[in-house]
Write a protein that binds this ligand. Sequence first.
Ligand code: M6R
Length: 596
Amino acid sequence: MCGIVGYVGFEDVKKIILCGLEKLEYRGYDSAGIAIADNNNVYICKEKGRISNLRECMDGTVSGKLGIGHTRWATHGVPNKINSHPHQSSSKRFTLVHNGIIENEEELRHKYLNGIKFTSDTDTEVIVQLIEKFVGDGESVELAIRHTMSELKGSYALAIIDSEDMNTLYAAKNKTPLLAGKGEGFNMIGSDAMAMINYTNIFYEIEDKEFLKITRDSIEIYTIYGNRVLREPYKADIDASDTEKGTYPHYMMKEIEEQPFVIRKIMSEYSDDNGNMYIDPEIVENVRSCDKLYIIACGTSYHAGLIGKQFFEKIAAKPTEVIIASEFIYNMPLLPENPLFMFISQSGETADCRAVLVKVKEMGYKTLTLTNVKGSTLSREADNTLLLHAGPEIAVASTKAYTAQIAVLSILAAMVDNRVNIDIFKELSKIAYTMETLCDDKDNYREFAEKYLVNSRNCFYIGRSMDYYLCLEASLKLKEISYIQTEGFAAGELKHGTIALIEQGTPVIAVITQENINLNTRSNIKEVKTRGAATMVISLRRLSQETDAIVIDDVNELLSPLAAIIPAQYLAYYAALLKGCDIDKPRNLAKSVTVE
Ligand code: M6R
């Protein structure tokens, strides 16, 4: 979703802001803009579409040492040049970029800004006009920004330039991610570490309702009331090369192929000096002692949660419920006395999850976050965090974070109570090896994608039990990047209505990795085949039949989704590639979904 970046220092800011914006591209956007403070002028360039458009239309002669940039994912107002950020106050004294949504913009327009001519349809313009209004009323710039913050309802990360002080960058945050980056002779702000990682890996976390005053030599953090906050910075364990594609054509392929490495990394991060599984005992005890575990997540992370439920119930005998974050508030289950809430989120920033986290914390319940991003909002605000150690995931379609989530969940479940005596590390090692052999077979998946998927309007993934949960993720991958309408379906449920959609040539991909469902799923394949479906089977070797298209070497059935997802990820990748889709940045989607 929208991203912001800002810099104040000694170098030409244009290059730095554009580089930061490119690093934020993965979050998803539909327009971009930049403001550069240049000899008491603020130069603005903004365009609909890609950052490359922005590069092309920028005046190459402009340079400055203070700048802000923005990638916009439209919410208020269509994606066009006028609605793109930065926005300016009427006198053009203040220039601002904003990530988030202001809920009371209408009310504020009526209360304070009658007579002001607005140029865009955005909620953001209200913020910059309010700052100017309060300064006009006699407030200092700092007070006016804090005053504005106190009037705003909603979410915001802001970066602000005052054309009367070209040495200071102002920023503010509420409910939307923002980090400050500390450099030598410069300082930065950004929506995430990635935006700044080419320049620094030292960061300050910023809390909600905090205000920042930044010069090239200092980062001052204040509360909304103007009290100075003293905070230690932290060093991020990523470097710029982790965010590069290298020789891969797309981030998605790189991230698919990193999965065996990620599984091995997770084993090393979650082991003690003797090579045994190790997780912070407090976390293990919290899961062990809760009456019921509630997993809250969205999208791919929700699908990982469904697999996690099987681990907690089958390995550790711990009752577990998995709930889509955006549904939780409306359908809050009857809670037992001592529930534990686990949030699964690759980004750690998903607003739907955060809304639940805030709610259950208010209710006094214990919380745990499973995330890939150290220092992210969900990580900071939960009682405990388990990290995925998957390295930055840039492609919008989540791949390695999904398998990392499942791997960490399996280790946690076995640490809580290993009732089935599964040797998780031994099985995960096998999985990592099997993943490699599956990756080696990618040319085959390309052929299948060409034969079954490229010319199809729709597609089904079917399976039962664990395979059904895997199918939900497989279908999400295919639809989100290839735009082929795909459903993940419980194989046994098809005949209760949805089978009506099967026509001559409809692709139906069946997944069979569990012995107890093998024969039933095979019957369901016959049902659709007789109605004209073009069927294709992904199976485990010991359950396979000669005609199965993709056969996976035998792995433990409980952990089989970790292997079975690999061909599905590639099928999605190649279907999108062959259809000419933008694989890493599919339309309408954002990597980090920071609005509810
Ligand atoms: O960062 P999160 O894991 O909380 O994100 C949740 C979903 O938005 C995310 O998994 C989304 O479904 C992916 N694009 C799927 O590939």
